[in-house]
Design a protein around this ligand. Structure first.
Ligand code: HEM
Length: 359
């Protein structure tokens, strides 16, 4: 069967597609940033416990306290891009989700397991002692499995030619491991999470240092080293990813190809600057460059999806049936929500260090 026959007809959009792309990119940036902090922190805690199973360091103690928050934020900030990606690419992502339905639905189970274990890790940290490595290991494994499912779905959605494999394997268990970009893409995401997780720790301890913590310095250095070495490893994985891309993606012959290479080059240059700043413990400038890299890489990823789907799809094909009312209402609620979140964060930051109130 020709793959085109498997692509459903897209639903009409209420406003031009550009609005949804404008909402997708920043919300995905926030999701990936928070996912990085969450996974990176869990992984770093696991490695610390593997090195010294019974030791309590300020780093693992802080991670144990903050991990449930990072999971909650990463998940909640995942919902927004999920909505927008479904609006723009519904006819692709609904199909790929069905083809791998068992894995896709298992995300909920894995997430509940990771979240529950994160609370065990937080509230039983002292009693767990040598078992911390087991709990941190299980959390990390669940998060790794969730990332695996996401990469599977997002690579499958952009390769309709692979969908006809469903007829040989109709049980909702379709994996996209034959795609040469699968492993480098997945590793690129997970290693970048370790890097940003390390930098987040460095930023957290330099904030604590400014608030008077005496022994913060070794942990700032520790976080910066995780960031620097993981980013250097990721440069090699990124190269593997580039070499695995289908022919015609890395080209100066098309506007999209040129823009893709521009974003990629900018991202790599900023990453190298960030690594240098990180190794010299200049945390905030390193963070600014790392966030710039993340933004440019997300732009490159989006452009890559457009180029990969070009044989099947272009945004101009999406029908628009104007309905501005819901969009205006949505924008008003979005603005109100952002103001409230800003106020909440501002209030939380003004809280004294031991200011958490628990029943
Ligand atoms: C259930 C809560 C979550 C939702 C709703 C969600 C949503 C999303 C969405 C919509 C995307 C793709 C956006 C796009 O292509 O433009 C994405 C990508 C991704 N998410 Fe999440 N996410 C969730 C939890 C997680 C967790 C817990 C992880 C843990 C590691 C994770 C890891 C990833 C990764 C690695 C990608 C990139 C995959 C790729 O492009 O290859 N997500 N997520």
């Amino acid at each position: 069967m020709h793959p085109v026959a498997l692509i459903p007809t897209p639903d009409a959009l209420p406003v031009a597609w550009g609005w949804f792309q404008l909402l997708l990119l920043p919300t995905f940036f926030l999701h990936i940033l928070l996912m990085n902090v969450m996974f990176g922190a869990a992984f770093i805690a696991l490695v610390s416990h593997l090195r010294a199973p019974a030791d309590t360091t300020p780093c693992t103690a802080e991670i144990s306290q903050k991990l449930p928050f990072t999971i909650a934020f990463a998940v909640n900030f995942g919902v927004a891009p999920l909505l927008f990606v479904q609006v723009l690419y519904g006819q692709y992502i609904y199909v790929s989700s069905l083809l791998m339905a068992v894995f896709w639905l298992s995300i909920m189970v894995l997430l509940i397991a990771a979240y529950s274990l994160a609370y065990v890790y937080k509230y039983r940290f002292a009693e767990l002692a040598g078992w911390r490595v087991v709990v941190a290991g299980l959390i990390t494994a669940c998060l790794l499995a969730i990332g695996f499912c996401f990469t599977n779905n997002l690579t499958l959605m952009q390769t309709p030619a692979a969908w006809s494999r469903y007829f040989a394997q109709p049980g909702g268990l379709l994996l996209n491991l034959v795609d040469p970009t699968f492993w480098p893409r997945y590793l690129h995401f997970m290693v970048s999470a370790v890097a940003i997780g390390g930098l987040a720790l460095a930023a957290y301890f330099s904030w604590q240092h400014r608030r008077g913590m005496a022994d913060a310095h070794p942990w700032i250095r520790y976080g910066c080293r995780w960031f620097g070495y993981a980013t250097l490893v990721n440069l090699a994985i990124g190269l593997w990813f580039l070499l695995a891309l289908p022919a015609g993606m890395l080209t100066l012959a098309t506007g999209a190809g040129r823009f893709f290479l521009l974003l990629l080059t900018g991202g790599v240059v900023l990453a190298l600057v960030a690594v240098r700043l990180g190794f010299s413990l200049r945390v905030m400038p390193a963070l600014a460059c790392a966030l710039g890299t993340l933004a440019l890489m997300i732009g490159a990823r989006s452009l890559l999806r457009t180029m990969m789907l070009a044989p099947w799809f272009s945004f101009d094909q999406l029908p628009v049936v104007p309905a501005h009312g819901p969009m205006v209402l949505f924008s008003l609620f979005l603005a109100g929500g952002l103001v409230l979140i800003g106020w909440m964060v501002w209030s939380a930051l003004r809280c004294p260090p031991a200011g958490e109130v628990r029943p």
